[in-house]
Design a protein around this ligand. Structure first.
Ligand code: FAD
Length: 389
């Protein structure tokens, strides 16, 4: 049986839709297989907004990838006419020695990124909705802002389809295995073969990537929308920045301006403070005590924000032990399988550059992008071969 396609992409969420676009743009015959419909809300790429920023407190090694992602996001908007990025500016707030502030400053200095340091008084003057404590400071970045995840995924799917990719929705992969020089992928009713497989499973990584032997923790995360106490006006994006705000105990909260017009609210969420779950058992109900805890947490920082609670939604992080990504050739199948997973709650801003890297790896076996930090073997003992549930 000759291969039906050059490359099969499993999962058409954030990363997989970008891979399908970049692969098909280079002329590969792509088959995309997605468990749910296009642009769904059961994985990790929904909820209206995602933060993007360049002074990356997590590690300066991410900065060159971010610079490329910014370019590719611009290309994506231009190619599809969709509204994706809103660079309203952003503040990373905390004590000077907090991870959020000191790490952001480290990246800004290492890469000579434009930024300003603001003391508490200057934060209050520039952004009157914010009420930092006297010992808190902020790194302000004018090029930080937000991305619209649903529009991003829709744009990548649109381009991939236009470039001839064959995208199948509501067709979950049940298993895959090495086959001759390539791979074989099974769904309930079909078996497909290809020379290359790209796996972008999001929170389903523990199921689709058993022989990667990387431990992942899937976490339930909650996003909250509030209508501010004195109306939405001071929270519109021409005056309200995105923020990541770390308290003295290391808890980080982040939020957005009000992007849904006068009738909408502003979104806020805790960063990296979820409960372990699985995609099958996640509790999608957001409980009153959770809403109260968020309103209390914000009441001293952005006192006008928790006016009226509007809605909440759940989402999943897929977290590695060091919170860095996994992007690599599969160590057990280095000639035919490429993986992108474990985005640990901070992957969305990288979506288009991850698509570019996955296309490089699947089509040439290597990439010029710096991805050494994302090698899965840092997290695991020797990989094993075999079949995959
Ligand atoms: C609440 C929340 C807030 C976040 N905020 C930010 C932020 O501000 N900035 C930022 O950069 N990042 C943020 N992130 C992280 C970012 O959104 C994720 O890293 C990113 O969306 C992950 O994309 P993905 O493609 O790995 O997963 P997904 O988009 O979930 O895609 C995985 C896909 O694989 C499919 N799939 C799984 N199993 C199968 C199968 N067997 N067969 C076929 N298809 C399958 C799924 O249905 C899904 O569509 C946030 C995440 C959450 C949850």
């Amino acid at each position: 049986m000759s291969p039906t396609h050059d490359v099969i992409v499993i999962g058409l969420g954030g990363m997989g839709s970008a891979a399908a676009h970049h692969l098909s743009a280079r002329g590969a015959r792509v088959l995309g297989l997605e468990k749910f419909g296009p642009v769904h809300d059961r994985g990790s790429s929904h909820g209206g907004s995602r933060i993007t920023r360049q002074s990356y407190f997590e590690d300066p090694a991410y900065v060159p990838l971010l610079l490329r992602a910014y370019e590719l996001y611009e290309d994506l908007e231009r190619a599809t006419g969709r509204d994706i990025a809103l660079l309203c500016g952003g503040v990373m707030v905390g004590r000077p020695d907090s991870w959020t502030v000191s790490g952001s400053l480290r990246s800004a200095r290492a890469w000579d990124l434009p930024h300003e340091m603001l003391d508490a008084r200057e934060i209050r003057r520039r952004f009157p909705t914010l009420a930092p404590a006297d010992d808190e400071v902020a790194l302000y970045e004018a090029r930080a802002g937000l991305l619209r995840p649903e529009n991003t995924v829709a744009a990548h799917l649109q381009l991939a389809t236009r470039q001839g990719a064959d995208l199948h929705f509501e067709e979950p992969v049940t298993r895959w295995e090495p086959y001759r020089d390539g791979v074989r992928v099974h769904t309930a009713d079909h078996t497909y073969t290809a020379g290359q497989l790209v796996i972008c499973p999001g929170a389903w990584a523990p199921r689709l990537l058993t022989d990667l032997a990387v431990p992942f923790t899937v976490e339930r995360q909650v996003m909250y929308w509030f209508r501010p106490r004195n109306g939405v006006h001071p929270f519109l994006p021409d005056r309200q920045p995105i923020y990541v705000w770390e308290d003295a105990t290391g808890v980080q909260v982040y939020g957005f301006p009000a992007i849904d017009g006068p009738g909408g609210g502003a979104k806020v969420a805790f960063f990296r403070k979820g409960r372990p779950t699985t995609p099958e058992t996640i509790d999608r109900t957001v409980h009153d005590d959770e809403v109260t805890a968020m309103a209390d947490h914000m009441s001293t920082r952005i006192p006008d924000l928790p006016g009226t609670f509007l809605k909440a939604a759940t989402c999943m992080y897929t977290t590695t032990a060091d919170e860095h990504f996994v992007i690599a050739r599969h160590p057990a199948h280095p000639g035919s399988v490429t993986v992108a997973c474990g985005f640990s709650g901070h992957g969305f801003k990288f979506v288009p550059v991850v698509g570019e890297i996955l296309a490089d790896l699947a089509l040439t076996g290597t990439t010029a992008h710096p991805i050494g930090l994302f090698d899965p073997t840092r997290l695991t003992a020797a990989p094993t071969g075999g079949a995959h549930a």
